[in-house]
Design a protein around this ligand. Structure first.
Ligand SMILES: C[S@@+](CC[C@H](N)C(=O)[O-])C[C@H]1O[C@@H](n2cnc3c(N)ncnc32)[C@H](O)[C@@H]1O
Length: 338
């Protein structure tokens, strides 16, 4: 990929985040829709100062999210439509989460690099971001919605990357509000599903299963994967879980998954894979930025394939293989022993 010619350009990337966040917060994509609209009309629709809004629209045009038809009329581009909450794909909830929480958290990155500790650890909140936010329903709502945005774009790739025909009951451990297990069951009418996560995800998951019409064969089980993972599934999926945690915590989660599976049961870990040698390719950058996000946020890390293999084998699994699905990978393991 092209590298900016000047650090002066590169360091201003946070301005782009702020411009995209402002557009999402103003519901600009929904206000423009599929039409070309005047700044005056848009200013009325989104309750903004007309001259300032025009400047924001020009900024959005320069990063490819809007198109300027003439001096005072703008449309959304196809990329810009991803800011509309009803679009497919939509990243609006991710943009709100990035702008309202991650952007602030990242501003202290240097402290985490100096100390090796996450923002929560440095504040004295401990090393479990999810426990620390147990009384923060707005954070949880924003976070769950952002994860749905991201996971929704990956489900179709997961569904075709692995052959689920021999599976009967699949459990998504740390399955959030059920986006992955819901999509999987829609594509596989023979499957039953379990979403296992903290109780705070239950209402969202149940509503999702009702919406999809799969509530009869998909249930939510509340609990902590540090204590016990419920039995009943022959296949366990775990997407974007292990990267949240340090190795010792991952070992507990993996051992609890192993205990929950029958002999020869399948575990599929879905994560980004850290390159052994980083380049400026977008995939490497996305993984490295996610790795730093883990350092600053939950205190985990992105790992290489060898590191995932090691973790799985240590917890009593045999490594089966890895399948790349773009920015994510399916790392498959089989339970060894009983
Ligand atoms: C990064 S999110 C991934 C969600 C989902 N797998 C996805 O990829 O969209 C991590 C998930 O782990 C869940 N989680 C955190 N601590 C947990 C625990 N102790 N037991 C069970 N789930 C937990 C969170 O509630 C959250 O849904």
């Amino acid at each position: 990929m092209s590298v900016p010619a000047s650090v002066h350009d590169l360091v201003q990337s946070h301005r782009v985040t702020a411009v995209i966040y402002a557009a999402a917060k103003l519901n600009l994509a929904e206000a423009i829709g599929d039409e070309t609209k005047s700044v005056a009309e848009l200013a009325r629709l989104v309750s903004a100062d007309e001259a300032a809004l025009r400047r924001l629209l020009v900024g959005l045009t320069t990063i490819g999210l809007c198109r300027q038809a003439d001096r005072d009329r703008f449309a959304m581009t196809e990329l810009g439509r991803q800011l509309d909450e009803t679009a497919d794909p939509s990243f609006k909830d991710w943009v709100l989460f990035e702008g309202e929480t991650l952007a602030q958290v990242w501003s202290g990155l240097v402290e985490s690099v100096r100390s090796g500790k996450s923002a929560g650890d440095l504040r004295g909140d401990g090393d479990d971001r999810y426990a620390a936010t147990s009384n923060a329903p707005e954070w949880t709502r924003l976070f769950n919605a952002a994860m749905v945005n991201l996971t929704r774009t990956i489900v179709p790739k997961i569904v075709v990357a692995h052959d689920f025909t021999v599976a009967r009951v699949v459990m998504d451990v740390g399955g959030g509000t059920g986006e992955l297990i819901g999509g999987l069951l829609q594509h596989n009418p023979h499957l039953e599903g379990i979403a296992f996560d903290l109780a705070r995800c239950e209402a969202g998951a149940q509503a999702h299963f009702d919406r999809l019409g799969i509530a009869g064969r998909c249930r939510f089980v509340a609990g902590s994967f540090f204590e016990k993972v419920p039995g009943g599934a022959d296949t366990i999926l775990m997407k974007s879980i292990l990267h949240n945690w340090k190795d010792d915590r991952c070992e507990v989660i993996l051992r609890n998954c192993r205990d929950a599976l029958p002999a020869s049961g399948t575990l599929i870990v879905i994560e980004r894979i850290m390159p052994e040698l980083a380049t400026t390719e977008p995939q490497d950058r996305s993984c490295a930025m996610s790795d730093l996000n883990m350092l600053r946020g939950p205190g985990g890390r992105e790992r290489t394939e060898a590191e995932y293999r090691r973790l799985g084998v240590l917890a009593g699994f045999a490594f089966v293989g890895t399948c790349n699905i773009g920015s994510f990978n399916l790392v498959q393991f089989r339970k060894v022993g009983n």
